[in-house]
Design a protein around this ligand. Sequence first.
Ligand SMILES: [Zn+2]
Ligand SMILES: [Zn+2]
Length: 103
Amino acid sequence: MDEMDRMLMRAPDAGAAMNIEKDKMKCTECGWIGTPAMTDKVPDPRPLAKFARDIWHICPACRTPENFRSLCDEPGCEIEMSCGTLTPDGYRNTCHRHAPGPK
Ligand SMILES: [Zn+2]
Ligand SMILES: [Zn+2]
């Protein structure tokens, strides 16, 4: 393999400090996977004057409000987050399988 082939094989973001899917989450109702930026937001419809009004995240696929689980930030992984690990590159939220550190 020559040098050019090696260059083309590199992922576009190879060498980036973090190659993770941060804030990935899954709708427990329909299985939709996305990030908080992709949900629809509506004000909490319960009029509780004592409390500041909250914003609900609504699943864009099935319209279920506030029914998400945070997922492992490993790209492609759909397992629920269970480990938080501070790494030299930043904070990772992963499933137990993808937790950084010694194997
Ligand atoms: Zn959904
Ligand atoms: Zn994982």
